[in-house]
Ligand binder design. Structure first.
Ligand code: NAP
Length: 344
């Protein structure tokens, strides 16, 4: 009989540790259980066959037993994740068999969830189901609200985007160009720099692996573009510290993420006094803060996709058992655009 493959959290890597990908002895373990049937589905719930699971840097934070915007992942539980799939049994009037959906199913092939925790993922012009993990999902919404509500980017602004070739960053770059901003981007390879400039429309881009990165980036922002109005920061650490010294008066920094610090302890920001000198604002945010405005953002994304104004790239791994390695690989930057695992 077929089994439901699930990946559970076996042990925490420790705040400064790295994820161990071994499913025999590492951070996660593989578990098999019977595939649920219609009789296992309570009234008001649905059974989902999972097609794609999301791989996100935030998952590294969920492995720590620390206070955050969501509770820590629990040892022995199926590991939490955003996912896409289809309804295979429904005991809710909201869904019928075959409906495409988005939900937090966890890393498993089949999941039972209350219908109120499941979102319909209807087909949209120019879009595919997988876009519900990209522009219509948390990456797109984070980019949209971080850029427009937190960084308050407007036409003519000079916008710096760190981690710009990733899932969130690659959308931020394109949204800023749609808005009529000048975009300066950073990423981890020459290939990504080329993609950012030639495909996504960044005006300038720099690889942080270049020995002259900090000098080149500072010269570009300060000399060529006369300082930055906005920073959309995905990386934190030394890049953010440098950018604090490149701000215009009343600049806005959207603190989206700090991936350079997720596997260790932060060394702190040395240049934060520049915020005072430039009357600048630095604001952290979580995409969920804007949940009541998602529909408006998705309407804009659907329009831009339909007009062919947004490029999307997915870095897809096959097989649920490869999800832990995919999480590790986010930290070495193998992905251009959104990292996903195709389940079935
Ligand atoms: N605030 C929110 O609500 C929210 C929501 C979603 C995501 N986020 C945050 O947004 C950021 C981007 O998330 P994402 O889903 O779009 O991931 P992503 O950018 O697609 O993937 C992570 C990327 O980070 C880069 N990276 C890894 N280690 C790095 C380091 N030490 N220094 C600099 N860059 C490094 C890698 O690209 P390179 O080749 O360029 O190194 C990698 O491709 C993360 O910090 C995430 O936590 C925040």
């Amino acid at each position: 009989m077929s089994q439901n493959t699930q990946i559970i959290l076996r042990e925490r890597p420790g705040i400064q540790g790295t994820v161990n990908p071994s499913l025999e002895s590492g951070t996660f373990a593989l578990q098999k259980s019977p595939i649920p049937t219609e009789k296992d589905v309570p009234d008001g719930s649905v059974l989902i066959k999972v097609r794609y699971v999301s791989i996100d840097p935030a998952m590294r934070g969920w492995l720590n037993d620390t206070r955050s915007y969501l509770p820590p992942a629990k040892i022995g539980d199926v590991f939490r994740c955003a996912a896409l799939g289809e309804i295979v049994h429904s005991k809710s009037p909201s869904f019928t068999v075959g409906d495409p959906i988005a939900a937090s199913t966890g890393w498993q092939q089949y999941a039972i969830l209350p219908a109120k925790l499941v979102e319909a993922a209807p087909a949209k012009k120019g879009a595919e189901l997988i876009d519900y993990l990209g522009v219509f999902g948390s990456s797109g919404l984070t980019a949209y609200f971080g850029l427009f509500e937190v960084a308050k980017a407007k036409q003519g602004d000079v916008v710096v985007v760190t981690g710009a070739a990733g899932s969130v960053g690659s959308i931020v770059v394109q949204l800023a160009k749609i808005k009529g901003c000048t975009v300066i981007a950073t990423a981890g390879s020459d290939d990504k720099v080329k993609w950012l400039k030639e495909e996504l429309g960044a005006d300038d881009a720099f690889s942080y692996r270049s020995p002259t990165f900090f000098q080149d980036l500072r010269n570009c922002i300060v000399r060529k573009h006369k300082f930055a109005h906005c920073v959309f920061d995905n990386v934190g650490g030394a890049q953010l510290d440098l950018l604090l010294g490149c701000l215009r008066k009343h600049a806005r920094i959207a603190l989206c993420g700090a991936i350079s610090d997720y596997n260790g302890v932060t060394n702190g920001l040395k240049n934060y006094l520049a915020l005072i000198g430039q009357s600048a604002t630095i604001q952290g945010f979580i995409v969920f803060d804007y949940a009541d405005k998602y529909d408006a953002a998705r309407t804009d994304f659907a329009k831009w996709l339909g007009e062919g104004k947004l490029k999307r790239n997915f870095y897809t791994r096959e097989g649920l058992e490869n999800a832990p390695q995919a999480l590790i690989d986010l930290f070495s930057g193998v992905n251009k655009g959104k990292m996903v695992v195709k389940v079935a």
